[in-house]
Design a protein around this ligand. Structure first.
Ligand SMILES: NC(=O)c1ccc[n+]([C@@H]2O[C@H](COP(=O)([O-])OP(=O)(O)OC[C@H]3O[C@@H](n4cnc5c(N)ncnc54)[C@H](OP(=O)(O)O)[C@@H]3O)[C@@H](O)[C@H]2O)c1
Length: 268
């Protein structure tokens, strides 16, 4: 049975995608940071499919929590066919996590980066990695101020985090060519709590957003593409800077350094 691991499955697009994947035959692992919300989604999936669901709680603003999460997956699963890095936040004010990272940077970028490379490095057999980016990804990068210590603005931090995850997607895709298919997507402008709290109800339905994600998954599975950006379910192009190999490499190196990971310790 194919297994899908969906982060941020307790609300919005992730929750609807988890239900649809379970309905279409996947065994699903759902992640969230709130036990009650996790329980509720697990119940919904059980009612819909009759299947039990594996739940994992972790706050993505904590590397400590992420380390526990990686161990929990490794101890319980030898493979994850599809890893959907969907969880994300929007922070109006600049906040710094206990481990010293700007919160948007940590939750939206460092967490999926760490989770993905750790699971692969621990030998969990992953076939597809799909990162949720956004059409709002930034078009330029300042390596000296990745975490916006100067002139913080919530939108800028969010849009930078989506640029970073897009650059990471393409770099990893190239590195894992022939082994793991790594892609990213913009799910559409969708009326979820993230959108409504920050922009208002200017988008399409959550069902539409979930359909766009499922369409991208179907395309990826059918064509085994890697390093592709999907927009509203279809292959598309991200901003020019995301294809710059030098920028991808530099961000990769800086990120490993921040996470205190030595590239020589990576087994892939
Ligand atoms: N909605 C849009 O128009 C739009 C457009 C482009 C891209 N996206 C992207 O789509 C993805 C899904 O977002 P959404 O719109 O569905 O938002 P959402 O409804 O707010 O869902 C976000 C999910 O991430 C989880 N999450 C947030 N902070 C977390 C943390 N610190 N630790 C662990 N989990 C955390 C949330 O948990 P809780 O349930 O506990 O809050 C929830 O499950 C995100 O990557 C977002 O950036 C959305």
């Amino acid at each position: 049975m194919a297994i899908a691991f969906i982060t941020g499955a307790t609300d919005g697009i992730g929750r609807e995608v988890a239900k649809r994947l379970a309905f279409h035959g996947y065994d699903v692992i759902i992640h969230g940071r709130n036990e009650l919300k996790l329980e509720k989604v697990a119940d919904e999936i059980r009612d819909l499919t009759g299947k039990s669901v594996f739940k994992i709680k972790a706050d993505f603003s904590s590397l400590k929590d992420l380390k526990k999460l990686v161990k929990e997956i490794k101890d319980n699963f030898s493979k994850v066919d599809l890893l959907l890095n969907n969880a994300a936040t929007f922070e109006k004010e600049r906040k710094v996590t206990e481990e010293g990272f700007e919160r948007t940077f940590m939750v939206n970028y460092l967490a999926p980066f760490y989770l993905t490379i750790s699971l692969i490095n621990e030998g969990v057999d992953i076939k597809y990695v799909l990162n949720v980016s956004s059409m709002a990804h930034a078009s330029s990068i300042e390596f000296e101020d990745l975490q916006l210590e100067k002139g913080y603005d919530g939108y800028k931090a969010y849009s930078l985090s989506k640029l970073y995850i897009t650059l990471f997607t393409y770099y990893l895709a190239e590195m894992l060519k022939g082994k793991i298919y790594v892609n990213c997507l913009h799910p559409g402008v969708i009326n979820t709590k993230l959108l409504m709290e920050n922009w208002g109800a200017i988008g399409a339905s959550i069902e539409e957003g979930a359909k766009n994600v499922i369409d991208a998954i179907k395309y990826i599975e059918a064509h085994n593409v890697t390093g592709v950006y999907f927009d509203n379910g279809k292959p598309s192009k991200s901003k020019p800077i995301t294809y710059d190999r030098e920028v991808q490499r530099k961000l990769w190196e800086k990120t490993l350094k921040l996470l205190k990971i030595n590239e020589r310790d990576l087994k892939f």
